[in-house]
Ligand binder design. Structure first.
Ligand SMILES: Nc1ncnc2c1ncn2[C@@H]1O[C@H](COP(=O)(O)OP(=O)(O)OP(=O)(O)O)[C@@H](O)[C@H]1O
Length: 489
């Protein structure tokens, strides 16, 4: 066991035909005893529930969803998540048993202590607004929600207000009128498209800053689930059980958002903007949602066959474009910044949120990128897909946007970069420019092209982007982006 010095409240639990002993430690409970063969086999292959040869399993507190002791029946029920296979997804289960050898008070106290530890520093019984997109991804959101996610949220004592979206724009309508004090968090059972809608709805709220401070938590059921990957990591990013744990136990973190201005209209982006080859991944593959993530590969290959430079003019308000310096800052922040500093008090801005600070005609202090490019990809959050860490130097709240510009290249070179993109090493590729900026602007120099913002198609027309520092709030179990602990630039 990893912890030995701790609260030791043991309870003997004779189940229907087996006996176990539960103990509280510093970071986990242990259940020791003689298990019936099937239960033994299942439990002991687990990773979250570690084993030893004497028949002891360990359940980290973070995996404990609920513990209830029923005095009338003297029964204890512990609901928790665990992995059947070390690299497999999380499953939700519960252990039910009768308590023996302890007083009612001791058992009650033990169960209460377990709950205190399982929810340390976290508000329990969250009030959740849940938006389920029946249309997203491969169309399984409804059954995933009702069969897998909802039982976990209910077991955790959450109050749910569930809406199944009926049309494009529905989530924006709901978020724009959200009664802000009625909910602790807003869950999207969807892909990134619905999150884009939700954030735009919150920005259109009568109290936009307060509305945007509502913590958002994604349950990944779309074809693009980048936000979930960034919050939960590669291993758990597509795991709806892990995402449910995040929804009930994640802590709010502040993140930067982007304000997009195009043709006098403003909107919010939280993830990325792309033109050129990388926009082809999303734009025009919408009708292939049933393919799941494969639609992005199809879009990429189609773009690669047609390969051409994107005819645009890019300019930006630069913060840094020296890769060594960007890398140094990134490593320093990862090392020292375990959690974001507290958010400043919310002050609603006059004239509403969606007022750009930079005029679109301003040129002073703007740098123009003059070389030809195959694509420009700008955004926040390292992963844009499971196989593509587009912005490896991204930090959730540095007040900057990362801009990646791929210079003119052969198809072979691009394929190689794509492979480098799995772990972000394209950052160092000399044909890749990596810029940290406060704002940028893009002007198409021809009428043909694609612009993708957060995976949605936008008109291929001039637009400007500026960072809204720490305007957004997300739930996270990791305080920052969930990268492998050994990841470095
Ligand atoms: N009932 C509905 N019918 C049709 N479209 C809907 C419905 N509800 C939501 N939508 C739209 O579905 C789109 C895709 O949503 P979502 O992000 O959940 O799925 P996705 O497959 O991951 O898409 P993307 O990869 O583009 O983000 C959103 O733009 C949203 O407006």
């Amino acid at each position: 066991m990893s912890e030995t010095t701790s609260t030791q409240v043991d309870i003997l639990v004779p189940g229907k035909n087996y006996t176990t002993s539960c103990s509280l430690h510093n970071s986990a409970i242990t259940i020791t005893g003689t298990f019936p063969p099937l239960h033994f086999l299942i439990v002991h292959l687990g990773d979250a529930c570690r084993k030893d040869l004497k028949g002891t399993i360990e359940i980290p507190f973070q995996h404990v969803v609920a513990s209830n002791f029923h005095r009338d029946t003297k029964s204890l029920e512990i609901a928790y998540t665990w992995r059947k296979r070390a690299k497999g997804p999380l499953s939700f289960t519960s252990l039910k048993a009768e308590v023996e050898g302890s007083s009612l008070e001791a058992a009650q106290d033990w169960s209460a202590q377990l709950m205190d530890k399982a929810y340390e520093g976290v508000q329990r019984n969250r009030r959740l607004k849940v938006l389920v997109n029946p249309y997203g991804g491969v169309g399984k959101a409804v059954s995933v929600f009702t069969k897998t996610v909802e039982p976990i949220l209910r077991a955790a004592g959450c109050t749910l207000d569930v809406v199944y979206t009926t049309h494009h724009g529905h989530a924006t309508e709901i978020a724009s009128k959200l009664p802000l004090d009625a909910f602790d968090a807003l869950l999207t059972v969807s892909g990134d498209g619905l999150i884009h809608e939700v954030l735009n709805g919150l920005a259109q709220h009568s109290e936009p800053r307060k509305a945007l401070s509502t913590a958002v938590a994604p349950i990944p059921t779309g074809s693009g689930n980048a936000l979930s990957l960034n919050l939960m990591g590669i291993k758990d990013g597509f795991d709806v059980v892990a995402a449910s744990i995040n929804a009930i136990k994640g802590k709010p973190i502040s993140v930067d958002l982007f304000l997009i201005t195009q043709s006098g209209k403003s909107s919010i982006s939280f993830m990325s903007q792309s033109v050129g080859l990388m926009a082809d991944l999303d734009v025009g593959t919408d009708h292939l949602r049933w393919l799941g993530e494969t639609r992005f590969l199809y879009g990429f290959l189609r773009g690669l066959i047609r390969l051409k430079s994107c005819n645009i003019e890019l300019s930006y308000r630069i913060a840094e474009d020296n890769k060594a310096k960007i890398s140094d800052t990134f490593r320093g922040m990862r090392k020292h910044q375990k959690s974001s500093p507290p958010s400043p008090p919310i002050i609603e801005e006059e004239g509403g949120l969606l007022q750009p600070k930079y005029s679109t005609t301003d040129t002073e202090g703007w740098t123009t990128f003059s070389k030809p490019a195959i694509y420009v990809y700008a955004g926040k959050g390292p992963y844009v897909g499971r196989d593509y860490m587009a912005f490896p130097a991204s930090l959730p709240d540095d007040g900057l946007i990362d801009i990646v510009v791929r210079g003119r290249s052969s198809r072979g070179e691009i394929l190689l970069t794509l492979d480098e993109g799995r772990n972000g090493t394209h950052f160092w590729n000399e044909n890749v420019n990596y810029i940290k900026a406060h704002a940028y602007r893009m002007r198409p120099l021809s009428s043909k092209g694609s612009l993708s913002i957060d995976g949605e198609a936008f008109p291929f027309e001039e637009f400007q982007v500026e960072v809204l520092p720490r305007y957004g709030s997300l739930l996270s179990l990791h305080d920052t982006y969930a990268l492998d602990s050994d990841f470095t630039l």
